[in-house]
Design a binder for this molecule. Structure first.
Ligand SMILES: *[C@@H]1O[C@H](CO)[C@@H](O)[C@H](O)[C@H]1NC(C)=O
Ligand SMILES: *[C@@H]1O[C@H](CO)[C@@H](O)[C@H](O)[C@H]1NC(C)=O
Length: 510
């Protein structure tokens, strides 16, 4: 049976991308690391990636865990205070599997700080935690209860000299060295963001199928599916429009990201743009899909809510999207670098992006220092909307040029986005985008797309991953019969008690 098992995806991406991916370049010149790399790739050992700490997330470059070089050549790994504990990758004992981690710590050589470096550290072996390693299991996170998120503390853990990845010499540039040590994080960020596509696909399929099956009694006392209501159709068709655009955009970004010789700043810009778009947009739509399933949509077992909650982690994992947007937008506004220019500068979304960028830039022109209070108050709130405007334009262009997106879906995506920026469009008289016109255009696109629902459902190939019990009568009944159950076996007794209680407040003399 297929499933969309996000905790499994998270473990896999940590194992292969973060752990094996960080280790691999070092294994080129260190054959002694290859057996471990093989074991990780064969999943004979569990990998964990311990970078961030309780007190240091996005500012991981200030992390406090230390690895002190000892006269013997070994290292002493230590969390100097509670806030320096690693937060929140899984680190506890798993039966039958050893757990090894890439741990980031500040390398100290004779009292000198030589920057943050990766170390290979065994957390548990043969079913027991290794000496000096403490793992505290976090309470479950909604939507991913299966993951053992933990807080990991090191108390004078002795590491062999081979634990350090790379040389212990001072790097030429601390910042560049740190960024190169954590280079797999940005790849992980794209990979996890891409999970927005299958999760939204499954959620939309569920909401669509539910809408086709669930009926209400019409005024003529016949049963009509709730799909017949425009208020079900619009959000579901809109989700299919977004999905179609997301798929084209994802294909294009992957091609750009993996192009040989691409500049690393452009790469990190792409990560931010993709994440801001895919994860945020799909969050909004998944919430809507759950809502369209009424009370059933509230429950984790009907999949949508659990997928949506678990994917919320993707907004934060490998860099909180808001902060990534602040960094990117600030650099774009200051002119440090540029992102790909619009291919269709006359499109509505490209015009909006250009105008919004100009507005931000104009505002910035009065501000001298990007660390000032004025920058904080006026520019920071514009950063995320600016990145979103860029990503909408890029995604639209990708969909347009792919030639694979159904016209009504592409139109609906465009109109939905224009509606979000309605105030600006209403001001541009020459574009003729009044509120009334937008309503008409939306209605036209929805009407053109609605007859194709079944095809969109089929083409999404989501059905194989749908498990929500509410969609199949027999499954729902089996599911409900399997629930914890309490029932009174003595019906007479129950009724007698009920009557007694019901009338007990009535004085007996009546
Ligand atoms: C139900 O109501 C609509 C609108 O009032 C009406 O046009 C339609 O004829 C009604 N259907 C029946 C079967 O009564
Ligand atoms: C920048 O935005 C603020 C509001 O956040 C506004 O008061 C100010 O006038 C703007 N400055 C420019 C130059 O547009």
């Amino acid at each position: 049976m297929c499933a969309v098992d996000l905790p499994a995806v998270i473990l896999l991406s940590m194992q292969y991308n973060l752990v094996a991916g960080t280790l691999a370049p070092y294994a080129e010149s260190r054959p002694d690391l290859r057996p471990l790399l093989d074991r990780i790739l064969n999943y004979e050992v569990l990998g964990s990636f311990l970078l961030t700490e309780i007190a240091h997330g996005l500012d991981a470059k200030n992390l406090e865990t230390t690895a002190r070089l000892l006269p013997s050549g070994d290292y002493d790994l230590h969390s100097p205070r509670f806030e320096a504990s690693k937060f929140m990758p899984p680190s506890g004992v798993v039966e039958g599997l050893d757990r090894v981690a890439i741990v980031f710590a500040r390398l100290l050589v004779q009292g000198e700080d030589r920057g943050i470096r990766p170390f290979v550290v065994y957390l548990s072996k043969n079913g027991r935690m290794c000496k000096g390693v403490t793992s505290r299991l976090m309470p479950g996170r909604p939507g991913s209860e299966a993951l053992d998120h933990s807080i990991t503390t090191f108390t004078r853990v002795r590491l062999p000299r081979t634990a350090l990845l790379g040389s212990h010499d001072r790097p030429a540039n601390d910042r560049d060295n740190f960024l190169s040590c954590i280079h797999r994080v940005s790849i992980g960020s794209i990979a996890v963001s891409l999970m927005s596509i299958p999760t939204l696909s499954v959620s939309t399929f569920i909401a669509a199928k539910y809408s086709l099956q669930r009926t209400v009694t019409s005024n003529s006392s016949e049963q009509v599916p709730i799909w017949s209501f425009r208020t079900q159709q619009i959000p579901i068709i809109r989700a299919y429009a977004l999905l179609a655009v997301m798929k084209s955009f994802a294909r294009e970004v992957i091609a750009m990201y993996t192009r040989p010789g691409i500049d690393s700043t452009v790469k990190s810009a792409l990560v931010c743009i993709v994440k801001a778009f895919l994860v945020q947009q799909s969050q909004d739509r998944m919430l809507e899909m759950a809502e369209r399933c009424g009370a059933q949509g509230l429950f984790l077992h009907n999949q949508i809510a659990s997928l949506q909650l678990c994917m919320r982690g993707a907004l934060i994992a490998e860099g909180d999207v808001l902060v990534l947007c602040i960094r990117l937008a600030s650099e774009l506004l200051i002119g440090r670098y540029e992102i790909p220019v619009p291919r269709c500068p006359q499109s509505f979304l490209a015009r909006y992006e250009k105008a919004f960028f100009a507005l931000c830039k104009e505002n910035l022109s009065e501000i001298k220092d990007h660390r000032s209070e004025q920058f904080n108050q006026q520019i920071l709130p514009l950063c995320r909307p600016l990145v979103e405007a860029i990503s909408h334009r890029m995604a639209y262009e990708a969909a347009l040029d792919s030639g694979t997106v159904d016209r009504p879906l592409l139109d609906l995506y465009e109109i939905t986005t224009i509606c979000n920026y309605g105030a600006w469009f209403a001001e541009q008289k020459e574009l003729d985008m009044s509120a009334k016109k937008l309503m008409e255009l939306e209605e036209m696109a929805v009407s053109a797309a609605v007859p194709h629902l079944k095809r969109y459902m089929e083409e999404s190939e989501a059905e194989a991953y749908v498990q929500a019990p509410m969609l199949v009568r027999e499954n729902n009944e089996a599911f409900i019969n399997g629930l914890e159950c309490s029932s009174g076996d003595d019906l007479q007794g129950v009724l007698a008690d009920m009557y007694k209680n019901a009338f007990s407040h009535i004085p007996s003399r009546l």
